[in-house]
Design a protein around this ligand. Structure first.
Ligand code: WT7
Length: 657
């Protein structure tokens, strides 16, 4: 696929993006107090990237300093070689030693209204230490994997930090994933312990995480114990000898657990993300480089100050929750808001009420949420006092200029810079973003690479494009970069390092404008973004063909006003199975069962044939055109051009355009 065929945006939107020429300068006040107000940082980093990153690594506390900053044996990087540190120590002990134990770490709201909890750094420290001892008592040792399947409650953060403290590798599975998806991840990681809860609330409904876990654990011989937080008082089965209540074991746990000295290159966590095959990739992040990357970028991009109340609305099941709730802000001793539920519960003003109640100063959320807020109307934010906000952030997908302007005007009241942050599960930390006290903003552009990061727009054959469209590339290594794919070394090389020599290929299309600003245009591979959540078209296809009635399936992403993209599936049923609304419903349920609600196709189009090239490759672009109701382009490479015409007519007659 070429960048001209990028599926995310229609051509009209792309040109609108590029015509967007309003520029917003940092407000004088913001700039005056900003953490970074001197552009020389970029040049300094470029002159000596290793020295630059070492300076930032040095702001963490190391048990032993590294001997060498970087070893770069393409595509394998090692950072801060020989250094020893502990992530939990850097997020907790360090602040307590500095006298900040009484500072609020987490201000939590449950979804049911009125439910609130505050944890200071002292309280967090105590809980993490105790849980670390509990984890150890359950037989977990350094290097073991621990799966975490939890709602957005403080115990989820405690669980991640406790793993880090004992050197166990956590793998967090988003609470919205199905039993099957949980099982695949537990088995791939060979997790020994599963930490879950009886349930969590989402839009007034209880998600029975322990019941789902029960289905899974019986099929995962690697899991020895299950630790269960009593979050909701939901009745659950506790298998004697295998399952334990969190509160029971915590009550008896010792109050101090020495932090395990970890090698800089020891794995901190594995996080699964969708790729271009049916099987999600276990992205590996290590300790020293990752912590350096997230700690530094939290400071620069969010201009974090001691008295900020930072709110990242992501779930800990995604990398944003890892890097900008659990590790980056906590490494900086920040006070954070954490919210369990949905933005429209009990009403569509929930986010704004939370900001008003806790005087949030920084809000970091996703374009899909902003577009929902736009749709719900300005009356909701207008009824709340948002005057505490001083900075806004966006992440997960391209933000369209209209949403940007709405966010700027109605939420930021034209006094808050917006940081549009581009990064990925693989990159560990933000790589492309404005520096809010420095960078003039263009709505829809993530502006430029951060200091110490080199991004370029390249053509298919690796030529640098100074102005115009191509593929995004990261041309030098960075500390928080992924170190591999768990259990699949070849896939790591193939996916990211074969397109160009020595240059990281993120899979995104990008354009560079006359000012050198980058405009990210979405994925150019078979990965789509539904409400900012990454999902592989092949993953949904695998789920569909897993159904006994399905012969063949092809899945594409289609544009959606709120979600950015939606899933459309073309399905060939096996002989004798009637297509129709019942079959559609059945298959949607099947996908939800296999993956979770985020994989549910919006539409399923039954067909007798799929458009293929002569070499047998499904022509997804054509399917997208059909599903989005666009005119058909060149179909001469089709095995049977007639197929497409039939499909198109069928689609139109069903009124799905
Ligand atoms: C993909 C990575 C980054 C943490 C959450 C998502 C898209 C992300 C932006 C942005 C345009 C963006 C890219 C990227 N993306 N941020 N600011 N502008 N696109 O992490 O699930 O690993 O997804 O999200 O396509 O490749 P992820």
């Amino acid at each position: 696929m070429t960048p001209e065929e990028i599926p995310l945006k229609s051509d009209a939107t792309v040109s609108a993006l590029l015509e967007e020429n309003r520029i917003f300068h940092p407000p004088y006040d913001f700039k005056a107090k900003a953490f970074i107000k001197d552009a020389s940082i970029y040049e300094r980093a470029r002159q000596d990237p290793q020295g630059f990153w070492a300076e930032w690594a040095g702001k963490l506390e190391w048990f032993k300093k590294w001997d060498k900053v970087l070893e770069w044996d393409v595509p394998y990087s090692k950072w801060f070689i020989g250094g020893k540190l502990n992530a939990s120590y850097n997020c907790l002990d360090r602040h307590i030693k500095a006298g900040l134990g009484g500072k609020k770490a987490i201000i939590w709201e449950g979804e049911p209204e009125g439910e609130q909890k505050v944890l200071t750094y002292n309280e967090m420290y105590l809980a993490v230490n105790k849980l670390a001892n509990v984890i150890k008592s359950l037989g977990v040792v350094k290097g073991d994997r621990v799966a975490i399947y939890m709602p957005m409650i403080p115990e989820a953060v405690v669980a991640m930090q406790a793993c880090a403290r004992v050197g166990a590798i956590h793998t967090v599975v988003f609470g919205g994933f199905s039993a099957e998806a949980l099982k695949d991840r537990i088995l791939d990681a060979q997790a020994k312990l599963l930490i879950t809860a009886d349930g969590g609330y989402r839009r007034g409904k209880l998600i029975p995480l322990k019941d789902i876990s029960d289905e899974v654990v019986s099929q995962c011989p690697c899991v020895v114990h299950v630790l269960v937080v009593n979050r909701a008082g939901h009745p659950v089965n506790m298998q004697s000898g295998r399952d334990y209540w969190y509160h029971d074991l915590m009550e008896k746990a010792k109050v101090y657990c020495p932090p395990e000295p970890m090698d800089a290159e020891d794995i901190l966590y594995i996080l699964y993300t969708s790729g271009t095959t049916g099987k999600p990739k276990g992205i590996i992040h290590t300790t020293g480089g990752y912590m350096t990357g997230v700690a530094a970028t939290t400071q620069w991009v969010f201009d974090l100050r001691a008295d900020d109340i930072f709110w990242c609305t992501a779930d800990i099941g995604w990398v944003t929750g890892h890097s900008y709730i659990v590790y980056g802000p906590m490494a900086n001793g920040a006070t954070q808001i954490m919210y369990e539920g949905s933005p429209d519960y009990p009403q569509r003003d929930r986010f704004w009420r939370i900001i008003e109640r806790h005087r949030a100063t920084i809000l970091y959320t996703a374009p899909t949420a902003i577009r929902s807020f736009m749709k719900w109307g300005t009356q909701w934010p207008e009824q709340c006092d948002l005057s505490s906000l001083r900075l806004l952030g966006s992440v997960g997908e391209p933000i369209n200029p209209e949403a940007w302007i709405w966010y700027y005007h109605y939420i930021g009241k034209e006094k808050c810079p917006i940081v549009d942050t581009w990064w990925q599960t693989e990159t560990g930390c933000i790589l492309i973003s404005p520096l809010p006290g420095l960078t003039p903003l263009k709505p829809g552009s993530a502006t430029r690479a951060l200091p110490g990061i080199e991004a370029a727009v390249l053509s298919e054959d690796g030529k640098n494009i100074e102005r115009g469209g191509g593929y995004l590339a990261i041309t030098t290594p960075w500390p928080a970069m992924l170190r591999g794919i768990y259990g699949d070394a070849d896939r790591y090389k193939e996916t990211y390092w074969t397109k160009w020599k020595g240059t990281y290929f993120p899979g995104d299309g990008a354009k560079k404008d006359a000012d050198g600003y980058l405009w990210l245009l979405g994925r150019v591979d078979d990965v789509i973004k539904v409400s900012g959540h990454r999902i592989g078209t092949m993953e949904v296809e695998s789920a569909l063909v897993d159904h006994p009635q399905v012969a063949e399936a092809a899945v594409v992403g289609i544009s959606d006003e709120i979600k950015g993209q939606e899933i459309a599936a073309f399905v060939i049923l096996k002989e004798g199975n009637p297509p129709g609304p019942e079959a559609e419903d059945m298959l949607k349920k099947h996908v939800v069962h296999k993956i979770g609600a985020i994989g549910r196709p919006k539409t399923i189009i039954f067909t007798a044939e799929l458009p293929k090239t002569r070499s047998g490759k499904i022509m997804r672009r054509l399917l997208r055109d059909i599903a989005e109701g666009r005119a058909l382009g060149d179909v001469t490479t089709l095995a049977d051009a007639h197929v497409v015409e039939t499909l198109k007519q069928k689609y139109e007659s069903e009124g799905q355009t």
